[in-house]
Design a protein around this ligand. Structure first.
Ligand SMILES: Cc1cc2nc3c(=O)[nH]c(=O)nc-3n(C[C@H](O)[C@H](O)[C@H](O)COP(=O)(O)OP(=O)(O)OC[C@H]3O[C@@H](n4cnc5c(N)ncnc54)[C@H](O)[C@@H]3O)c2cc1C
Length: 465
């Protein structure tokens, strides 16, 4: 240890990095974490998962009151007003509380926060704000940032990225969202609920690529019913700032005549790119792949001994919980234990209303992988709690291997799908069959009973339909 300042230095304090640092410290390793932001928590707590969910929650309450949905429950409102400043206040309060919480956990676990930008100066050394540090192990957890779209320059006023779209000071009349993925649909939902006309422009012929086909189709129908205009198979070729807003030029993805769309604001949400620039990876002997990601083995080792990588900067879904689990696993591997992440069972959730969630294989992927599949579907309208709550949109779909009955994937659209999907992930982690789920007692009345009924439907025997 004499030659080293720390056993482990984690670079980046997002959900991957801060969790890795805490677990490493819990395992008795002398640990530091470098973070260049003013606050800990990374993209997730500062400009991602948490602030977006704060605005999704607030805007949902507003829409419930504004649309008359509350009045139907006998909760009448008058003089209803939108106080966007207070909404942003709640968002900032959530960020402050949670990022401060990580700082507390760092102190509690005696993790040193090295403030500043880290860059490698060798295989076992970094520089942070002019100070050199040596460590036996480095964990690169530098995350990702917004992917740019050529021809559409983000100015954070009228042409926004996800961060500036969280901070709009007034509700735009019209918003064009470029990219029909999770972030675009979530932030589009926020501003639509608050009064904006939202148009989603997607290059592919579908929104939410990667999700189960039936789920995608039903989501598109629900989003259109909510007032979204969705233009798939459409390519954005340019954006020009005018006095009032932005003129976007679009054309069919397959080629053809171009046209223009006027909007007050445009949100560019076509994806994210790994953060490796400025790290001087070359000095550590680390290379990136064509996508700019750092490749690792299943234990999160890079080819350079003592250097590990996790989270958005490595291949796999860019999700906070995937990064967190990798954070725990990498620290355990560094400590000589066996840290494993089952990448086959990583749930993904879209926090719109209703929520959309899935884990494991889609029906299309299962068939492409050579499985003979049996599926069971159960509509939320058949679920007593969802129907009572007027949350009847959506369904649960269980995809099982026809031969063994093992569950290969579970997909759902339901008001609380993000919570319900945990059961499916746990079942799959334990190698459950659809019968295992069908014969597990589920509390009544809960939305989760729809998971049980969808599992029963795999063998054609649901009760409530
Ligand atoms: C709007 C939005 C909403 C999202 N919603 C969800 C959601 O609901 N659920 C979900 O699972 N995921 C969501 N995500 C994705 C999620 O935020 C990321 O997958 C997650 O934060 C990745 O964690 P990470 O630890 O790999 O990296 P990050 O959270 O990106 O953290 C990396 C940190 O490293 C720091 N850093 C980078 N380079 C250096 C350096 N050289 N020196 C020092 N520090 C450095 C950065 O400042 C950053 O704080 C959302 C993302 C966005 C943008």
């Amino acid at each position: 240890m004499a030659d080293f300042d720390f056993d482990v230095i984690v670079i980046g304090a997002g959900p991957g990095g801060y969790v890795a640092a805490i677990r490493a410290a819990q395992l008795g390793l002398k640990t530091a974490c470098v973070e260049s932001r003013e606050t800990l928590g990374g993209t997730c707590l500062n400009v991602g998962c948490i602030p977006s969910k704060a605005l999704l929650h607030a805007s949902e309450l507003y829409e419930e009151a504004h649309s008359g949905a509350l009045a139907k429950w006998g909760v009448k409102t008058s003089g209803l007003e939108l106080d966007l400043g207070a909404m942003h206040g709640s968002r900032l309060e959530a960020i402050k509380g949670l990022t401060g919480g990580i700082e507390f956990l760092f102190k509690k676990n005696k993790i040193e926060w090295l403030k500043g930008h880290a860059k490698f100066t060798g295989k076992d050394a970094i520089d942070v704000a002019g100070t050199a540090y040596k460590a036996k192990n480095f964990v690169i957890a530098t995350g990702s940032s917004v992917a740019p779209l050529p021809g559409v320059e983000i100015d954070h006023e009228a042409i926004l990225d996800s961060t500036s779209a969280l901070e709009l000071a007034s509700v735009p009349e019209t918003m064009v969202v470029i990219g029909g993925g999770v972030i675009g649909l979530e932030l589009g939902s926020v501003w639509r609920r608050l009064g904006a006309k939202v148009v989603v422009v997607e290059y592919l012929d579908r929104i939410l690529p990667g999700m189960d086909g039936e789920v995608r189709k039903e989501c598109a129908r629900i989003f259109k019913k909510q007032g979204f205009e969705i233009r798939t198979s459409t390519k954005v070729t340019g954006a020009k700032r005018g006095k009032k807003g932005v003129t976007l030029t679009v054309e069919p993805a397959a080629g053809g005549a171009s046209e223009t769309i006027e909007a007050d604001v445009v949100l560019v949400s076509i994806g994210r790119k790994p953060n490796t620039e400025g790290l001087d990876l070359g000095k550590a002997g680390i290379e990136v792949n064509k996508q700019g990601q750092i490749e690792t083995g299943h234990d999160f080792r890079t080819p350079v001994p003592g250097i590990w990588a996790i989270g958005d900067v490595i291949p796999g879904p860019m999700l906070a919980h995937k990064a967190e689990d990798e954070g725990i696993a990498v620290a355990e591997n560094i400590a000589g234990l066996t840290g494993i992440v089952n990448h086959e069972v990583i749930p993904s959730v879209v926090y719109t209303m209703p929520e959309i969630a899935g884990v494991g294989l889609t029906e299309e992927d299962a068939k492409a992988a050579g499985y003979e599949v049996r599926t069971g579907k159960f509509p939320m309208l058949g679920n007593s709690r969802a129907k009572t709550n007027r949350e009847g949109d959506g369904f649960v779909k269980v995809i099982a291997d026809a031969k063994s009955d093992r569950v290969l994937g579970v997909w759902m659209i339901a008001s609380v799908a993000g919570t319900m999907i945990a059961e499916a992930a746990l079942a799959m982690e334990f190698g459950a069959t659809s019968e295992d789920i069908a014969y597990t007692c589920h509390a009544h009345p809960t939305h989760s009973e729809a998971v049980k009924e969808a599992a029963m439907a795999v063998t054609g025997k649901p009760i409530h339909i």
